[in-house]
Design a protein around this ligand. Sequence first.
Ligand code: ZN
Length: 332
Amino acid sequence: MAWSDFDITCMQRALDVAERGRGNVRPNPLVGCVLAKDDEIIAEGWHDHLGGLHAEQMAIHDAEDNGHNTNGSTAYVTLEPCNHYGRTPPCTEALLWAGISEVVIAHKDPNPVVRGNGISELIDAGMKVRCGLLEEKANLQMREFLYWCENRRPWVTVKIATDKNGSVDDLSKNAARFTSHECLTKVHELRKDSDAILVGANTIVRDNPSLTVRLVETDNQPLRVIIDPNKKIEDDATVLTDGYATKHLTTEFRGLESMLDMLGDLQIQRLLVEGGPITINHFLENNLVNEFILVRSDIEHNDPVIAKFNLESFTKIKETNWGNECVTLHQC
Ligand SMILES: [Zn+2]
């Protein structure tokens, strides 16, 4: 398939506006849409929040609001338009009513049985359809959604912070906070982009954290998941009393695999493991980690706790900085 520069510009814009829904649309995927006519972008839309308009419908509204006639225009959509009645009427119908003559799609729907076959519906209605433009980028943008569709389990991201020597904790009395504000903000962005955050009981007993998203704006807090088979945490722990949702797994905990199945059934598409080294190594030993984020500070702990993580089956794919901290991203 030959794509023009203008095709690529339009689909890239659709991918960019799709990002505006990040953290607010799950269990739906991020989707963006651009309408173009006579080599000019006339409207754009994105799936903004769960229950809100789909990207295609928002783009059609955007065109109308700005006095553009959508008749004969081309729609660039990052995901195959839906063809089922969900919270809104099908986007295939909306595109037909708007007189769109061509639809360019980045990524096919991974679950056409549930969402209806949008492409064949459009072709049957006489529209020109082209697929696969910037497909890899769309694939990356919808990574957790696609993984969940295929596996019915969440994509598992581990995040661990260490000092310069690989110590995960400072047992000395006046241990200083060793994370910069910029780094903490990044961690909260990561939490916002996760449907659930998991720690072991020891983390709760020691730090009594809230595990909420606070440094960035959000409409919904991730589910907290606490693994506590020996019932170690107190009833007045913050995660049990602050009013936000928590799954406190005690005697019903039957291992990580069945827990991941359970979380998948709850439509948890991304699980962030923020626990200590015991919990993290438990995930690693069972090959249940998709992505490992190592945050390394350049300070040194006074009374260090060195932890080892076996990342042999992982490839380092990125190195960056979050404030003062050096961050490496490893994928399985
Ligand atoms: Zn739709």
